[in-house]
Write a protein that binds this ligand. Structure first.
Ligand code: GCO
Length: 457
């Protein structure tokens, strides 16, 4: 089972989750630096102050990526490391770090894929209203232009926002993630709209400033529903679940992607949110909807759906004791055929899987290695379904495993291990897990070793 010739095999991380170096070289505070100080918010009272110390170990990490044969590395830039106050003065040392990182990635044969915003919002800008302030889209544009001016001679792959569904719902409407504002839904919708504007303006800035032809996407936390059988009514039931809005929150597939890609908010959302909607000035939708090169799909699990006799649909209850990761997320490979297919049919953009993988119960075994057959099996199953979608004509350009290495898993702190590389946080020693060596072979064979069972080479 070979993948398309130029298929991009990668791994992903995010700045706050791996960098550390929080108080070094002039970095400003991010909302996550502050949020982690609130008692009870993060498992074990953990924080990202040191994390994987990637700020200092980036050369070793890039070498490791090269050794694993990764074609690309998706990572994010810490906005307050580059602009400590969010706007205004540039922190040259911060920008230099990302400049050196690009060079060392390229030296190791790894293509940099840069996410501009993966949640570590500048604390100074939060004090000016954050995403609730309409000016926030211009702040983001200013930051984007600083980064693009410096890196775009070597970087051509850009992602604007990572998972607006998550940072708006968990961090703005709720208080599970930073900044933890617990806003009224009407205010969460304002923040969501301003983040959409930021996306649109950033795409314009990337295209205007880029020194090499840019390839641009936004990354979505996709909720995947797949049909329980291949009967037409089940397929329609799953499709309709994928693209409908049923709750007063932004956790769905259309509230962000439709404006970005189709130029309008989805009708069902507009109806359901009618009494909470902000006024939307003329012209905003045109700004938000900019030509994009790919749809960034982050997904770990899906839900099976079937049609009901009354013309509706229901989620298929899983049997007792389903296969679960340590996040207690279900292992549902079928979603990796249906999700990309439904999303490609609706948005007509090439799909890039920007995150997929699993948290596992990993430690260093007595032989000094980390044996993680569950992760190998999980990835093999998901990739096989993805291949089925590709074989049926769905354009999928790449797959990035989450994550390159174990890291700070937000509210879970260091309790969850998502890496294909194990990190011992006491020594910062990296140990590639079995899955890393397995993935190396998958990459080297462009997917043709996927049919081998774990442990059989
Ligand atoms: C997200 C983020 C990642 C997570 C990963 C595992 O989806 O929440 O993009 O930062 O670490 O998804 O939860």
């Amino acid at each position: 089972m070979s993948f398309p010739e130029d298929f991009v095999w990668g791994a992903a991380t995010a700045s706050y989750q791996i960098e550390g170096g929080t108080y070094e070289d002039g970095k400003g505070l991010s909302v996550w630096d502050v949020f982690c100080r609130q008692p009870g918010k993060i498992w074990g009272g953990n924080n990202g102050d040191i994390a994987c110390d990637h700020y200092h170990l980036y050369q070793e990490d890039a070498r490791l990526m090269g050794e694993l044969g990764l074609k690309a590395y998706r990572y994010s830039i810490s906005w307050p490391r580059v602009l400590p106050e969010g706007t205004g003065a540039v922190n040259e040392k911060g920008l230099d770090f990302y400049d050196r990182l690009v060079d060392v990635l390229l030296e190791n044969g790894v293509q940099p894929w840069v996410t501009l915003f993966h949640w570590d919002y500048p604390q100074s800008l939060l004090q000016r209203g954050g995403w609730l302030n309409r000016e926030s889209s211009d702040w983001f544009t200013e930051y984007t232009s600083v980064v693009v001016d410096r890196l775009s001679d070597r970087v051509s792959h850009w992602m604007t926002l990572n998972e607006p569904q998550v940072f708006i719902t968990f961090g703005h409407q709720g208080d599970y993630h930073a900044p933890g504002l617990n806003l009224e839904f009407s205010d969460a919708l304002v923040a969501a709209h301003n983040s959409l504007l930021a996306h649109g303006k950033a795409v314009q800035v990337i295209r205007a400033h880029a020194k090499t032809r840019p390839n641009i996407g936004a990354v979505h936390a996709a909720s995947i529903y797949f049909p329980g059988t291949e009967k037409q009514e089940d397929i329609e039931a799953a499709h309709s679940r994928m693209f409908s809005i049923t709750g007063k929150n932004c956790w769905n597939n259309t509230w962000f992607a439709d404006p970005m890609i189709l130029g309008r908010y989805p009708e069902d959302g507009l109806r359901l949110f009618e009494s909470e909607l902000p006024d939307i000035p003329d012209g905003d939708m045109g700004t938000i909807c900019q030509p994009l090169d790919f749809y960034g799909l982050n997904n770990y699990e899906g839900r099976g759906v079937r049609a009901t006799d009354d013309g509706g649909s229901e989620i298929i209850q899983s049997p007792d004791g389903p296969p679960l990761t340590t996040m207690e997320w279900q292992v549902t490979p079928a979603g990796y055929y249906w999700g990309p297919r439904f999303l490609f049919e609706r948005y007509k953009l090439p799909i890039v899987v920007t995150e997929n993988g699993m948290a596992n119960c990993d430690w260093i075994h007595r032989d000094g290695r980390v044996h993680d057959p569950q992760r190998i099996d999980y990835m093999a199953r998901y990739l096989s379904e993805l291949k089925r979608a590709i074989d049926e004509g769905i354009t999928v350009n790449g797959y990035f495993v989450w994550s390159l290495m174990d890291n700070f898993e937000w509210a879970y702190g260091y309790r969850q291990r998502f890496g294909i590389v194990h990190v011992d946080y006491a020594t910062q020693k990296r140990t590639p897990k079995d899955s890393a060596y397995w993935y190396k072979d998958v990459i080297a064979s462009n997917g043709s070793t996927l049919t081998n069972l774990p442990g059989t080479g």
